[in-house]
Design a protein around this ligand. Structure first.
Ligand code: PRP
Ligand code: URA
Length: 208
């Protein structure tokens, strides 16, 4: 598995703002979406293009376009939903699947409650999005589900990751490409990322 860590100062700046306890729901949502767009720009740098003929005011020419219909964005519910519009801003014609997972508060293990993916998933470039990669349990389970339904070309984008999550995902799915906004120090006793940003789902949706 290849792991790319984001180095762009705009991404770093926005992740720092995201972490602050004083950042409210409205600003948090906006930042998550902007970070997803900036990370998406990096993660989609190898999207295939096809040449089409266009007519400029000067002449006819053959130029490249991407086929957005071949892209599937798959957020892990709930928090991944906050990243979807950032990717769709770049590729509006992408299809969107959903995987519902929550972590058991005691065991920290993921439980599936929903999974719906676009058709012909085996032919698509899939971008799984979830702001937090903590133990990696949810990410590994999500990629397991996608592969069980035929998905093959998989990129995974997380805004903040713990080393434990990166290792777990790398070990379980060495064939995927991982994009990480910032690699944090460690997990605490509740399997929260340190320094992290707290509970991403609660901060996006204003719940507790
Ligand atoms: C969070 C986060 C990830 C998961 C990461 O979701 O959005 O999906 O935890 O933790 P892991 O790497 O240890 O599995 P959560 O389970 O809190 O659900 P929510 O988004 O519905 O709040
Ligand atoms: N899920 C979150 O939302 N935050 C963490 O730090 C870990 C898991």
């Amino acid at each position: 598995m290849s792991v790319s860590y984001m180095t762009h100062p705009l991404i770093k700046h926005k992740i720092t703002l995201l972490r602050k306890t004083t950042t409210g729901t409205n600003e948090f949502r906006k930042l998550i979406e902007e970070i997803a767009m900036l990370m998406g720009y990096e993660a989609l740098a190898d999207l295939p293009t096809a040449d089409i003929e266009v007519t400029t005011p000067i002449e006819k020419t053959v130029q490249p376009v991407i086929n957005g219909k071949k892209l599937a964005v798959v957020p892990i519910l709930r928090a991944g939903l906050g990243m979807v519009n950032g990717i769709l801003a770049l590729v509006p014609s992408a299809k969107v699947g959903h995987i519902g997972l929550y972590r058991d508060p005691e065991t920290h293990l993921p439980h599936e409650y929903y999974c719906k993916l676009p058709e012909t998933i085996d032919e698509r470039q899939i971008v799984v999005v979830d702001p937090m990669l903590a133990t990696g349990g949810s990410a590994v389970a999500a990629v397991d589900f996608i592969k069980a339904r035929g998905g093959r070309k998989i990129k995974f984008m997380s805004v903040i990751a713990a080393p434990e999550g990166v290792s777990a995902l790398m070990k379980a799915h060495p064939d995927i490409q991982l994009y990480v906004g910032c690699l944090d120090r460690c997990l605490n006793e509740n399997a929260y990322i340190c320094p992290g940003l707290g509970d991403a789902g609660d901060r996006i949706f204003g719940t507790q």
